[in-house]
Design a protein around this ligand. Sequence first.
Ligand code: UGA
Length: 443
Amino acid sequence: MTMKIALYGTGYVGLVTGACLAEVGNEVTCIDVDVDRIAGLKLGRMPFHEPGLAELVVRNQAAGKLDFTTHAASALAPATVIFIAVGTPPAADGSADLSQVLAVARSIGKYLTHRAVVVIKSTVPVGTADRVQVEIARAITARGAMVLFDVVANPEFLKEGEAVEDCLRPERILLGSQSRRAISVLRALYTPFNRNHERVLEMDTRSAELTKYAGNAMLATKISLMNEMANIAERVGADIEQVRRGIGADPRIGHHFIYAGAGYGGSCFPKDVQALARAALAQGYEPRILAAVEAVNSAQKNKLFELVARHFHGRLAGRTVALWGLSFKPDTDDMREAPSLALMQSLWDEGACVRAYDPQAGSQARECCGERADLVICESPYQALDGADVLVVVTEWKLFRSPDFARIRLALKEPAIFDGRNLYEPAEVEAAGLAYYGIGRGR
Ligand code: UGA
C-alpha cells in the first residue's frame, strides 16, 4: 500500500529511511531546517558518504517519490505517517539533548490538520515518546484545534557504511506503541521489508526505547571487554587474535564485535552509552558496567599513541607519522569520535607532524582539525609515507588490507607499522623488514 510520508531530518537515519521508503513505492517528503542541505539534495548532492544512497535518492527523486523541503506545513498536509529522525547529540553532561526532537513535536502540533501516526526513529531516552505526545497535544490545543494522532517508538538499527542494506533488509522492526491503530498502519508500511519471516516485534513504548540503548550498550560492552582482554593478552604473552578466534567459535559469544582495536567511535556508541548511564543515574541507579565500558574505551583511544611514543622513547618532536584511515570506521566519511582524532591530537601535543590518507574522510578531517602546518592530507596511501618515520593504520578500509610491505619499508625512515586493527600477520610484516606493533599481540 502506498502511503504519503513526511520525515523530519536528513541525517544518516532520516535520509536513508526516506529514500528506502520511497524505493518501495511511498511518497516521501523530507524536511530539514538546513536550507543548503535541502538545496543540495534537490540537486542530488549527498551531505555525507554512504554506499548506494546517492543512486537511491536520485532515482526516487526523478520518479517523483522523494522530495525535499524546508516547509513543514506543506510536507505535513498530505502525510498519514510522520517520521522524526532528527539528531539527539550529547548535552554537556552526557545526557541526550532532545531540543531538536521537541522542536519537531511542536512543529507537528502547529501544522497537523488530520489524523496521523507520528513515528520516532531518533535514538531517544526512555519516556521521550510520552513527552513528544504531550508536546504535540499542547501545540494542537494552543491553536484551538482538535486533531487525533498516535506516537510510536520505532528505533533504527542502521550501521553506517551498510545503512541502505540494513534499512532495506532489517533484522527486526520494533514497534513500540499502545495504539492498535498505529501498529496496524506501520505494519502495512513495513510490509515490503517484512518478507520471508516475521521481523516485527510489538512492544510497549518504553521497552522499544530502551531496546535501542540496550543493543548499543551490549555491543559497546563486547568491544571494551575485548580491548581489556587485549591489554591482558599483551602482558601475559598471548595473542588476542588467536584468542578472538577461539572464543568466537562458541555460538553463545559469536564472531561479531569482538575485534580489539583503537577503541570504538562514531555518533552512536559513545553518545548512547553515556546517555544511558546519565538516564540511569537520574533514576538513582549507578551503572557500574556502563561506566567501565566507557572508561576502557577512552583509555583504548590512547593505545596507538602510547605504542608510538614508546617506540620513540617519548621523543616525538620533529617526527612525522603517516596515518592510514581517519574515519571512525570504513565505508564512511564520518569523523565523529574517531580514534584518529585522539591520536593526532596527542602527536601534535608532542610536536610530531601527521601525513594522513583516507579514501573518503580527507575533507571532513580538514574541517574538524582546521588548516594546520602539522597535518598534511594526502591523495594516496603511499603518498602519505613520503618523508614519514613510521606508519599507523587506524581504520580498516579494504585497500589497506594487503599492502606492499616492501614498498612501505623503503618509504619509511624508521620502518615500523602500528596496526591499530590487527589487519596483518606480524611474521609477514617482520619478514619484510618492518617492526610490527599490534593491539594485544605481545608486539
Ligand atoms: C552502531 C550499531 O552497530 C548499529 O546497530 C546502530 O544502529 C547504530 O550504531 C546506531 O545507533 O545508529 P555504527 O555506529 O554505524 O553502528 O558503527 P559500528 O559498525 O557498530 O561500529 C562502531 C565502532 O565500534 C567503530 O568505531 C568500530 O571500529 C568499533 N568496533 C566494532 C570495534 O572496535 N570492534 C568490533 O569488533 C566492532
